[in-house]
Design a protein around this ligand. Structure first.
Ligand code: C2E
Ligand code: CA
Ligand code: CA
Length: 568
């Protein structure tokens, strides 16, 4: 951010001013007045002026502009200055001898006017100085409003400008539009950050062209996420096409298009809060996040219903915790290294028995609460229930069956994250060795620093940490080899695609098991449904298996059957 006006000085330590007048005498007089305070450039006609303005667009502080000139006249030039995004920041003062032209000049965007013939140099100088200062202040303000990479509004100011736009255009039909780049992180990884930045700024330019042509407001929220407030009725397929075109030219890929994905909440309801309108556009865009064929999606009734349902889930969360509507189910894990599979632990999986919606799947409410930063409320409940359950089973059966709980990536930011687990161990007289934590692989790749620190502390305390959904994230081999981890849990999709015959997928599973061997940690396979899969996994060297083959997640009471079996 700019703190001073430094950037406005030319290399001579003075601000640069262009005097445009076809009469020598006027140029000389102004030049004489300005020479000691400014670096003065001169132009004799409109075309000459435009060329000099373009050449010096980054250093020029002001243009003094005659109206009657050959080639391009002053009004034509003003029109260009006012509408060209590269030039619109340069202020201009009109030089005129006709009073009648003053109003027209101001309407054309002139900051001020100076009457000819020139009198009172000190008044003229004061006007010039004031105009330059005003323009610079405005520029400084704009610099804090805009994202430096794309010059689009940043998150803060985008919403404010949308609000203003609404005020000035109360009846205009507008769309809220969310724009993302598919697999942007891959683009960064493949071609480097500089290239990623290049793509973003190219898209920024194209977006600004769109706005210049059709009106509307554009902002960049973060990374590859852009928002537009755009007049309704546009053809978004061709806009998408235009935005993505030509960006990968010269890159080794079979397409020269960056895949842009667009979500639209069309013809917004002005009663809906502004940020909510764009949430709707983002929701629409999210529905095609992993599609390879669909790139434009609209917010519709089904999304509206989903939104309503989500709202009421959020509203009923506290009651649900208080009334214990959340129930913990347990799914057994079996050690398959010996001849007969042996029950070795269980995973705690939460269920919500909602008074209105019935059984709600964690696949619905977990991502929702993660998104809204509410997941801790659920997880803390589950963690305590699981600890209490280990304790209860120990009292009832005389054995300690370890249980693993799931940890969301946001959980690790709580300052008492580690001490909370320690307290649970004390409260239920458990050893940390009997309490496992499952953390998904993508958490490690997304915000590794905090996570690694916390996982380190947990392991020092004696807890076991399993990497969940291994293979679904983007860990590099390099990263994995340095990870503090006690077990790898293969992503279910690999198991689903297992074949009896040799296949690429099988080799990947073998590779992951090799990695685990290298790290000297056991491998857990989940989502195992058939005898064939168990046999294959055993032959590959997998240690622990979890899945419908043995059992679905069941209630604590039902789970006791597995413990009794173990004790027989
Ligand atoms: P996950 O941790 O990967 O859990 C495994 C999911 O696979 C569970 O789904 C489980 O019921 C299911 N599953 C187990 N065996 C099989 C099988 O053989 N075939 C198939 N098709 N599926 C199987 P569930 O219970 O619906 O949980 C979904 C996800 O929700 C979990 O995935 C986990 O990420 C999250 N989750 C569940 N409980 C909690 C919790 O208490 N806290 C947090 N943060 N997340 C949770
Ligand atoms: Ca899990
Ligand atoms: Ca998993």
């Amino acid at each position: 951010m700019l703190k001073s006006h430094e950037k406005y000085y030319s290399e001579f330590g003075k601000r640069q001013v262009l005097v445009v007048d076809d009469e020598v005498i006027n140029r000389e007089m102004l030049g004489f007045m300005l020479a000691s305070d400014y670096v003065v450039l001169y132009a004799e006609d409109g075309e000459d002026a435009l060329q000099k303005i373009r050449e010096n667009s980054h250093t020029l502080s002001l243009v003094l502009l005659d109206l009657m000139m050959p080639k391009l006249d002053g009004f034509q030039l003003m029109e260009i200055l006012r509408t060209d995004p590269e030039l619109e920041h340069i202020p201009y003062i009109v030089l005129t001898s006709e009073r009648s032209a003053e109003v027209a000049s101001l309407r054309s965007g002139a900051s001020d006017f100076i009457a000819k013939p020139f009198e009172q140099p000190e008044v003229i100088l004061a006007r010039i100085q004031r105009t330059i200062e005003l323009a610079e202040d405005k520029d400084i303000i704009q610099n804090t409003e805009r994202d430096p990479l794309t010059s689009l509004f940043n998150r803060e100011f985008f919403y404010r400008y949308v609000e203003q736009y609404d005020m000035h255009h109360p009846a205009k039909k507008m769309d809220a539009v969310a724009l993302n780049i598919n697999h942007f992180h891959l683009l960064n990884e493949l071609y480097g950050w500089d290239y990623g930045d290049h793509v973003l700024s190219a898209i920024g330019n194209k977006v600004r062209e769109l706005m210049a042509e059709n009106g509307g407001i554009a902002g960049r929220m973060d990374a590859d996420s852009f928002l537009l407030y755009y007049p309704s009725g546009a053809d978004y397929d061709s806009i998408r096409d235009m935005l993505g075109r030509g960006l990968l030219e010269g890159k080794a890929t079979n397409s020269n298009k960056v895949k842009v994905r667009i979500g639209i909440y069309p013809n917004v309801d002005r009663d809906v809060k502004i940020e909510r309108r764009f949430d709707r556009a983002k929701q629409a865009a999210d529905t095609i996040r992993s599609s390879y064929t669909k790139f434009v999606a609209y917010y519709d009734n089904s999304l509206r219903e989903k939104e309503l349902m989500e709202e009421s889930l959020i509203e009923s969360l506290d009651t649900a915790v208080a009334e214990r509507q959340f129930r913990i189910f347990y799914q057994p894990k079996y050690d398959i290294t010996g001849e007969k599979p042996v029950l070795c632990s269980a995973e705690a999986l939460v269920r919500w028995n909602h008074p209105e919606f019935g059984m709600v799947s964690p696949g619905v409410f977990i991502p929702l609460f993660e998104d809204k930063g509410l997941i801790q409320k659920v997880d803390r409940f589950v963690w305590e229930e699981a600890a209490a359950q280990i304790c209860a089973w120990r009292e009832k059966f005389g054995i300690t069956l370890p249980v693993s709980v799931n940890v969301s990536r946001i959980d690790v930011y709580a300052p008492d994250f580690v001490s909370n687990f320690k307290n649970l161990m004390t409260k239920y007289q458990l050893k940390p060795q009997d309490y496992y934590l499952e953390i998904t692989e993508s958490a490690y790749t997304e915000d590794s620093e905090q996570l690694l620190a916390v996982v380190g502390q947990l392991r020092e305390e004696g807890f076991s940490v399993e990497m969940d959904d291994f293979g679904s994230g983007y860990s590099s081999l390099n990263m994995i080899s340095t990870l503090p981890i006690d077990a790898l849990k293969l992503d279910m999709n690999f198991i689903r695609n297992m074949h009896r015959k040799e296949s690429k997928n099988n080799r990947i599973i073998e590779l992951m098991i090799d990695i685990a061997r290298y790290l000297e940690v056991p491998v857990v396979a989940e989502g195992v449904e058939t005898q064939d899969q168990v046999d294959l996994l055993r032959s590959m060297g997998c240690h622990v298996v979890q899945g419908y083959y043995f059992s679905k997640p069941v209630s604590a009471e039902e789970f006791e059957g597995f413990i009794k079996e173990l004790l027989e």
